[in-house]
Design a protein around this ligand. Structure first.
Ligand SMILES: Cc1ncc(C[n+]2csc(CCOP(=O)(O)OP(=O)(O)O)c2C)c(N)n1
Ligand SMILES: [Mg+2]
Length: 893
């Protein structure tokens, strides 16, 4: 952006300016750029001393960062590459147009790829190296809405059939189709990274690049020059996640990271910055964050004009227009461009005198010129010491002409009429007749054509095709894990510990395990001390690419803050999103790098799903493996913190992620069983699932495992303590989860002692597992009416359990309610719907009515509803239990 405070002085002498510029040119020529820079720096210092107030700007002029004379020469065959690119353009359009002809409103995007085609093709022909067994390859995050172009290329490569293209956005058709956007879940051999929820991929790419360095510094993979490329839209940079982690990339000197921002100056509704300049805005943000910024604004056709512009007037003019005006120039004629752009100054008009209107209109932008794009990519790859962002100017809907080029509606364009198709065909030399082209057929030249041969040989020299997803890691054996987890089955022998502490000691043991120890990646967003993990600081170290350049303040203590280049803990600072970026990188390394890293990401449970659910969704799509640990969980178990921290929601939110297994364990042995089984399922059996386990900070004695209840723990529930009283006619089954299980146990005693009710207590470790199983069983029965009906696990488990049913958890009541249809009888649910409070545990449990007394009362009430107790017994019980019937309703207070 032009500096706001700068006002051109009225007495400026243009000749004087020219003299200064000439002197600089001659220094540049005779002594080179280093000397020129030094002189400028000294001039700046001199000016400062002289009292000049130099306005701050992080911007450079609105020109290409790499001057024409310093461009790396383009090594490809530009003509054949153009022909290939044109065919890809055609097929990408055909895919969307055909799909929408068959199924009205099926959607798809034409304009995004149309603007980005050159940016991708230069990458595919010259840069993106495939993954192989001997080289990890480059990682590419493709802009989600550009998917048709990527499919279209894979079609030319012979990797996707015509039928697949025909079934774009029709995934359920026989033979399968293509997903709208990059989804590894749906196309696990093709896509690696989901990118279409905008803003996630830039952040994930940064953490991916950092994770590559982490693996190298820990000696887990060789140091390579592999790159992480992230292609984004300029509109996408409005998402806070897009720019939210850019300082990490420069701080970590991630020169393996390249962002390419497709600056077509438009988003969905209209211009990204109609009244400003998105490119300049991004330049200053990235330069301010110490990125290497390469602007690719103008194509080769501009070079001779710029060369004639010895006064710098043209570059100045280029910087004057706001994006809304630039967009207008795209849709207007050459005459309009001459009048409105060059016409501001007779000297500018003179510069373009030799060009007719048509040539003026065809002056390409940098992002559509393979030579400029190649030079930028090459410079980005050669740059050391930090990340690079390429800001490439393009036109949204490039080549669509009247069908949408540069128009505000172009993002939604899905249909081209016959004329528009013919014009496009002619413009890009697609070898189809007038008649043929209105059918919009997919077109692939013969196998031995120059185009296909060239394309294949380029990919051969880059190691194969991309994108391609392949599981590369070998299975973990998991022998010895019985031994590893055995101690937790024995209980804590009366010692009071929290499930968090139990987990941390498990983690400590796992870190020492000869097979999986090295593979564990502990991740914390500045909460290690909250979870009592500080002893790990010293034992395994905190990862820092810089090692430790200072003597830590607590160096003399046992648990000092040890940073090391081979540190194992990823201490991310206060960023759950960033930590999730690391979790995803570590949890998908089995595919990307062939390394079975096992991430354990522990965080305040309220700041997980509540805050970064979309990253968790992306992780699920990516078939990410690992363990999410929601610490300080439970609306009433986290005392004191109040409304913002107390989590009674996450287990409900976890229901929405299909391949996530969610557990709310109460005891150490339950966690041990879940983690051991999780490692087996994910890393030995290769299941694409991941885990969410809540951990609490309430200390209590961990019991020994009551017999072999492993199966029940994993399936979601088991009877933890049966009543000893077999005679009472008043019977109940109490379900507790997490630390509320202990309230159920207390209720069991109260009911027995005070009201002669005999009850069994069940630990419900996973309502989600029970719910999933119940639904699966129902579905099977519905589809197999003549077969012997199957019985859901929960129904079977309660087959011989008499009496009323009461459930209590530290989460919303909807959790127990959703399994009630498979229960033999009516269910009473207690839960923590409502806002938390700053209070102690017991007061909170009383307030939310999930304490032992509330469980007891609910049980008596159920017995009353069954006609087993009279209401006056309940009135008495309410008094005896000290319950205030007129207390506030926690749900609405
Ligand atoms: C988080 C999120 N919000 C909204 C959308 C819907 N959406 C899809 S594309 C788009 C505009 C994209 O503009 P830009 O990033 O500039 O990409 P371009 O197509 O111009 O290259 C929007 C708003 C989305 N995909 N993700
Ligand atoms: Mg855009």
């Amino acid at each position: 952006m032009e500096n706001d405070t700068y006002v051109k002085p009225h007495n400026m002498d243009e000749y004087e300016v020219a003299e200064w510029l000439e002197s600089l040119d001659s220094v540049l020529e005779s002594s080179g750029p280093e000397v020129a820079v030094e002189i400028l720096e000294r001039l700046r210092a001199h000016a400062k001393v002289a009292g000049l107030n130099l306005p701050f700007t992080a911007n450079t002029p609105y020109a290409n960062t790499i001057p024409a004379r310093l461009e790396a020469p383009f090594p490809g065959d530009q003509d054949v590459e153009r022909r290939i690119k044109s065919l890809i353009r055609w097929n990408a359009i055909a895919m969307v147009v055909r799909a929408n002809r068959v199924e009205h409103n099926i959607g798809g995007h034409i304009s995004t790829y149309a603007s980005a085609a050159t940016l991708y093709e230069v990458g595919f022909n010259h840069f993106f190296r495939a993954r192989s067994d001997s080289f990890e390859g480059d990682t590419v995050y493709f802009q989600g809405h550009a998917a048709p172009g990527i499919y279209s290329r894979a079609f030319l490569e012979g990797r996707l059939s015509k039928q697949k293209l025909e079934n774009f956005r029709r995934e359920l058709k026989p033979g399968g189709g293509l997903s709208s956007y990059p989804h590894p879940w749906l196309m696990p051999d093709f896509w690696e990274y989901p990118t279409v929820s905008m803003g996630l991929s830039p952040l994930m790419a940064i953490y991916q690049a950092r994770f590559a360095r982490y693996l190298e510094n820990r000696g887990m993979k060789p140091k390579t020059d592999a790159k992480i490329w992230a292609f984004l839209g300029d509109g996408e940079t409005d998402e806070p996640e897009s720019l939210g982690a850019i300082t990490l990339a420069s701080r970590e000197k991630l020169d393996n990271l390249i962002f390419v921002i497709n600056c077509n100056l438009q988003r969905l509704d209209g211009p990204v910055r109609g009244n400003g300049q998105i490119i300049q805005e991004l330049e200053s943000a990235f330069r301010g964050a110490r990125w290497n910024v390469i602007k690719v604004l103008w194509g080769t056709e501009w070079d001779p004009i710029l060369a004639r512009d010895t006064d710098g007037l043209l570059v100045k003019r280029m910087g004057e227009l706001v994006d809304g005006e630039y967009q207008k120039l795209v849709v207007e004629s050459g005459a309009y461009v001459r009048q409105h752009f060059f016409g501001s100054d007779p000297r500018l008009l003179k510069l373009v005198e030799p060009l007719d209107d048509d040539s003026l209109r065809r002056l390409r932008l940098g992002g559509h010129d393979p030579r400029k794009v190649y030079a930028a990519y090459k410079a980005a790859c050669d740059h050391t010491g930090g990340p690079t962002v390429i800001l490439a100017r393009t036109i949204k809907g490039y080549g669509l002409g009247e069908a949408g080029e540069g128009k505000n509606v172009t993002h939604q364009q899905k249909k081209l009429n016959e004329d528009e198709l013919r014009i496009f065909r002619t413009r890009f030399d697609i070898p189809l007749t007038d008649q043929d082209c209105v059918e919009v057929p997919f077109y692939r030249p013969a196998e031995d054509s120059a185009e296909i041969q060239y394309l294949k040989s380029r990919r051969d020299s880059l190691g194969g095709y991309t994108p391609a997803r392949k599981v590369r890691a070998k299975k973990i054996e998991a022998t010895g894990h019985d031994e590893l987890f055995k101690e937790f089955a024995e209980g804590s022998e009366g010692r009071e510990v929290s499930t968090t502490m139990a987990f941390v000691s498990m983690l400590r043991k796992m870190l020492k395990d000869p097979e999986i120890g090295k593979l564990i990646v502990p991740i914390v967003p500045d909460e290690a001390r909250t979870f009592g993990m500080e002893s790990l600081f010293r034992t395994v170290g905190i990862y820092s690419s810089l090692g430790q350049k200072y003597d830590p303040v607590d160096a003399s203590t046992l648990m000092y803050y040890k940073e090391a280049t081979d540190g194992q803990i990823l201490e991310e600072g206060i960023t759950e999103a960033g930590s999730m970026g690391s979790f995803i990188a570590a949890g998908t390394a089995y595919a990307a790098y062939g390394i079975n890293t096992i991430p354990f990401f522990i965080y305040y449970s309220m700041f997980g799903f509540q805050r970064i659910a979309d990253f968790i969704w992306a992780a699920a799509d990516m078939r990410c493996r690992g363990f999410l640990l929601g610490g300080t969980a439970g609306r009433t178990t986290l005392s004191g913190e109040g409304l913002q921290h107390q989590d009674g929601n996450s287990h409900v939110l976890a229901l929405s992620v299909p391949n996530l297994r969610a557990y709310d364990p109460a005891f150490a042995y339950e966690i041990a069983v879940i983690i051991q089984d999780g490692i087996r399922r994910m890393y030995k059996d290769g299941e694409d699932i991941f885990y969410y386990i809540t951990l609490m900070n309430e200390p209590y004695a961990m019991p020994a495992m009551p017999g072999d209840v492993k199966d029940g723990i994993l399936k979601g529930m088991y009877r933890f303590r049966a009543s000893k009283n077999k005679k009472s006619k008043l019977r109940a089954q109490l379900f507790g989860s997490g630390s509320i299980l202990r309230e159920a146990l207390q209720a069991q005693d109260i009911l027995e002692e005070k009201f002669n009710v005999a009850s069994d207590v069940w630990s419900v470790t996973s309502y989600k597992a029970l719910y999933t199983d119940g639904n699966e069983t129902d579905r099977w029965n519905r589809l197999h009416p003549s077969s012997k009906p199957r019985v859901p696990y929960i129904t079977k488990a309660l087959g011989d359990a008499p009496g009323v049913l009461v459930a209590a958890s530290d989460y919303l009541k909807t959790l127990p309610n959703m399994v009630s249809k498979w229960l033999p009888r009516r269910l009473a649910s207690l839960g923590t719907d409502g806002f938390g409070r700053s209070e102690g545990r017991q007061s909170l449990r009383t307030f939310f009515e999930v304490d032992a007394r509330s469980i007891a009362l609910a049980t008596l009430h159920e017995l009353h509803l069954d006609g087993k107790l009279e209401s006056k017994v309940l009135d008495k019980a309410i008094k005896e239990l000290g319950i205030n019937p007129e207390k506030q309703n926690p749900v609405i207070s």
